[in-house]
Design a protein around this ligand. Sequence first.
Ligand SMILES: CC1(C)S[C@@H]2[C@H](NC(=O)CCCC[C@H](NC(=O)C[NH3+])C(=O)[O-])C(=O)N2[C@H]1C(=O)[O-]
Length: 351
Amino acid sequence: PAVPAPDMDGVNAALKAAMANGAPGAMARFTGPDGVRTRTAGVRDRVSGAAMDTTARFRIGSVSKTFSSVVLLQLVDEGRLELDAPVNRYLPGLLPDDRITVRHLLTHRSGLADYTDAMFAKTVPGFEAVRNRVFTYQELVALSLAEPRTTEPGAAYKYSNTNFVVVGMLIEKATGTPVSQQYEQRIIKPLNLRNTSYVHPQARIAGTHVRGYLHPDEAGAPLVDSTEQTASWAQTAGAVISNPADLNTFTTALMRGRLLSPRMLDAMTTVTPTDTTQTRFYGLGLRRYDLSCGTQVYGHTGTVQGYYTYAFATRDGGRSLSAMANTSNRGAANTALGGTLEAAFCGKKPT
Ligand SMILES: CC1(C)S[C@@H]2[C@H](NC(=O)CCCC[C@H](NC(=O)C[NH3+])C(=O)[O-])C(=O)N2[C@H]1C(=O)[O-]
């Protein structure tokens, strides 16, 4: 069946709405049967005034979780890890409950508390306290285990960055190499993602990049330039750097079966609801959004200091969209940016 052409005017309106809600700039790149469409708005650098640029790199936050999930699921495909095995089989003594499995991590059903709740309770002080710090995986897990667990293992969905820090530990234990090498060998090189990197704990973004601007909690307080940070608080839960073209290549390749076996991709895209609206779902390190026109899109969202990201594709990989606004701690800007999905995948609303 013919698919609707993207409503790029609607995409542009969503970018402008993100700016009206506090983003210095925003951009989107759609890839579909009729080729690539891009839109930009505002600036990627408030000091130089450099215009937003769809080739520019930025921090993708939790879209990194899908990169980490792909690496882990490839290891499962290779028989080097089992999805339903206890994490403690591979990392003896790490977790206080042998019932927590690898699958629980990927589905956010482990019950492990999210250490970032306390870490970023006060947005700017929390960020300034960690922006130059380098954490070990163990230190981050210890921060989580100092908090009560949120659910019995497997009992309910409760999003937690901690899950994907443990995923990073599993990857490094199973391969004996740094996760950066696994991203490179298994995703970045095969897909030729020339603007995607994992440079933790380097704080700079190399090449042409978008500067990110964090809104303080105090109304009217000036934006904080949050571009340079180690992102060590996030690592395999959120420290990947990429750009719109690479994100569309990644989500498209994933959906077209270039990264996982058909069986594993089916497992990854088997979802459960994350809220009562029955339009938001989570699989294995992957979100599914059910749009108003009936189209289902798979990918992930990201929130890291100074950057909101959406990176989604249709299940057949025929259409993909990535969108970014260079601000954060401003939910209305994030919601506005999310409007790019309906415009891009559902097309112009009938008048
Ligand atoms: C589930 C989310 C939204 S949060 C999770 C992860 N990002 C973080 O955990 C960072 C949280 C603090 C970010 C900070 N906010 C505060 O400090 C608030 N006090 C800001 O807005 O820059 C990511 O990315 N995920 C998003 C996701 O998956 O979409």
